[in-house]
Design a protein around this ligand. Structure first.
Ligand SMILES: Nc1ncnc2c1ncn2[C@@H]1O[C@H](COP(=O)(O)OP(=O)(O)O)[C@@H](O)[C@H]1O
Ligand SMILES: [Mg+2]
Length: 246
């Protein structure tokens, strides 16, 4: 299963992605793709990036002779990508890094695309933590997702933004199997206005994840995040996992 996270900055994409990745770890090795340069998915998982895709791309563009004689550019890229994957017990972390500047990188993007499609069958699941613009998804460097997980804050504005991101995903031709809307940091109480906002914007009924003091406290102590199942967030997460697997 390939799950792509989307949502504006600060809504909780990496928090939720990290817990989905932990939950899916029981199925086999999960490939965690950090596709948000302002993210910290690795830290939340306790994994350190060993390099970035952006770094590899820049090196090849700056110095095409870096590819040793006798091996193809494709083989070189495949080898380098293998080298920058940080390996954990049930998770491998691949970090996309900074996006490219001006100029034509189409050739290298093509190589990366091919590289990803070869890599993905090795994993039980892939979870992609995107930045708000979903650049890698729109460039198709990253593959199509089975699940598009839109994350919103508990506001009407947030729901509208999620709807715009869904439209963006459509425009760039992402063919997602299903779309799940998550309202994170939900305060509890009457959520029907947000349910109405979702339906008014053509989104599925939202799935609510509560604001949880455990996450607040844990984040003050450590960057690693492993929310226990018996917290309000942990309990809601098991519901979300059931929805994802449905
Ligand atoms: N359900 C929650 N309860 C409490 N704090 C949360 C919750 N979700 C996210 N946070 C906090 O909000 C901040 C932003 O979350 P993050 O996952 O980094 O957002 P994003 O990846 O969308 O930019 C972090 O400090 C995180 O600890
Ligand atoms: Mg993030």
């Amino acid at each position: 299963m390939i799950i792509a996270m989307a949502g504006k900055g600060g809504v909780g994409k990496s928090t939720i992605a990290s817990q989905i990745i932990r939950a899916l770890g029981g199925d086999g090795i999960v490939l965690a793709v950090d596709a948000d340069p302002n993210s910290n998915l690795g830290e939340k998982l306790g994994l350190e990036p060993l390099g970035t895709i952006g770094g590899i791309r820049n090196q090849i563009v700056d110095d095409p002779d870096i590819v040793p004689a006798g091996i193809s550019k494709h083989e070189y890229v495949v080898g380098r990508v293998r080298e920058i994957i940080a390996e954990g017990e049930t998770t491998d972390l691949l970090t996309m890094g900074r996006s490219q500047g001006e100029g034509c990188y189409c050739f290298i993007n093509g190589l990366l695309r091919e590289c990803f499609s070869n890599l993905i069958p090795n994993y039980a699941h892939v979870v992609i933590d995107n930045e708000a613009g979903m650049e890698h998804m729109s460039r198709k460097t990253l593959p199509q997702a089975d699940v598009l997980l839109l994350v919103s804050d508990p506001t009407v504005t947030g729901i509208k933004t999620a709807a715009r991101l869904r439209d963006l995903a459509d425009e760039v031709g992402m063919e997602t199997g299903k779309t799940i809307l998550v309202v994170n940091n939900a305060p509890g109480g009457n959520m029907s206005p947000l349910e109405k906002a979702a339906s008014d914007n053509g989104l599925p009924a939202p799935f609510f994840l509560p604001r949880d003091q455990y996450i607040v406290d844990s984040s003050m102590e450590s960057e690693v995040l492993d929310v226990p199942g018996d917290t309000p967030f942990g309990r809601a997460m098991s519901g979300l996992m059931a929805e994802i697997r449905k």
